[in-house]
Design a binder for this molecule. Structure first.
Ligand SMILES: Nc1ncnc2c1ncn2[C@@H]1O[C@H](COP(=O)(O)OP(=O)(O)OP(=O)(O)O)[C@@H](O)[C@H]1O
Ligand SMILES: [Mg+2]
Length: 298
């Protein structure tokens, strides 16, 4: 089911977006953004602000403290709303659908984008919200009294940085490497094309050796460009009738990384283990790795 994102923003309203933006900006300087700062930024009277903040807290968009002073932080749903608002304004998203993946480090939704110039059909796309700081944020909430100044911004910063890294590498690799095309990036969120086919772990291939060769060839092409995926497995590889697509890139490294060899070996080994277990295909990790490094596969 696809919901109209604009409806969400009607519920949210421009004042709410302004409050969320005010908190986001304030969090550059404050662990908890003081109510006085928000009053200045939003130019709303105290009573209106308090009422609106109450609703935002209820909707998991904001968290607040009363001690040692009244202050607020944006929470993930609020940060999601700001990113969505940016996408809607730029026309890269017009509707948001079901959650299709919740990883440790992200929440992924199907979504739609209106066609260019309003011609043709809306296009299905993927909306990925990074969540890298989530676990640390929970512990931050528990232990915040011990925090130093630099740590207060960590979860927004971590999620935003991961999204930027992922957006940049996808842009760099596309179209030479088979990855979904990047459509947009804002804050901790990405909009990209839907990967073709199904995840490798969910399917039973009729020509497994052909797909394995194709996966190794792609790893080789990525390596040839100077990168290693570093989280490759049957859970991050899509297979379709034309070939394969790799997703989930924020942890990539450059081939000059001090642990590059181990990471490449782990990627290859994850893939080979899957093909051995499921299809009884036996290839030697060291052979494949040396083939990749010598450019044999690219
Ligand atoms: N471009 C895409 N096309 C189709 N589905 C996608 C796409 N990107 C992500 N998904 C879906 O969302 C899930 C999570 O995405 P991704 O692997 O990028 O994030 P993650 O949080 O790092 O996941 P995990 O921690 O489970 O590895 C994927 O397993 C896949 O089902
Ligand atoms: Mg993944």
């Amino acid at each position: 089911m696809i919901d109209d994102v604009v409806k969400l923003f009607k519920k949210l309203g421009t004042k709410d977006l302004r409050i969320l933006t005010g908190i986001e900006i304030g969090m550059k300087d404050f662990e908890w953004v003081p109510i006085e700062e928000l009053m200045k930024y939003t130019r709303l009277p105290y009573s209106t602000l308090e009422y609106k903040l109450g609703l935002l807290i209820k909707n998991n968009m904001v968290v607040g403290v009363k001690n040692p002073y009244e202050g607020y932080q944006i929470y993930f749903d609020g940060y999601d709303a700001l990113a969505l608002n940016a996408f809607v304004k730029r026309g890269t998203i017009s509707g948001i659908g079901d959650e299709i993946g919740v990883g440790k480090e992200s929440v992924v939704h199907e979504a739609v984008k209106e066609p260019e110039l309003g011609l043709g059909e809306p296009q299905g796309v993927i909306l990925k919200f990074h969540r890298e700081g989530r676990t640390s944020f929970k512990s931050v909430k528990r232990t915040r009294s011990h925090l130093n100044d630099r740590e207060h911004f960590s979860w927004i910063y971590a999620a935003r940085l991961a999204a930027k890294r992922e957006a940049e590498i996808i842009k760099e690799l596309y179209p030479d490497i088979s990855v979904p095309k990047l459509i947009d990036n804002n804050r901790h969120a990405l909009v990209m094309d839907v990967a073709k086919g199904t995840l490798l772990y969910k399917t039973k291939l009729e020509a497994p050796q052909w797909f394995l060769d194709e996966i190794i060839r792609q790893i080789g092409l990525v390596y040839g460009k100077g990168y290693i995926h570093s989280d490759l497995s049957e859970y991050n590889i899509f297979v379709n009738e034309d070939g394969v697509q790799f997703i989930d890139w924020p942890q990539y490294v450059e081939t000059s990384h001090p642990h590059a060899d181990e990471l490449l070996e782990r990627d290859v080994s994850n893939v080979l283990k899957h093909f051995k277990r499921k299809y009884r295909i036996d290839m030697d990790v060291a052979d494949v790795v040396s083939g990749i490094k010598s450019g044999m596969w690219s």
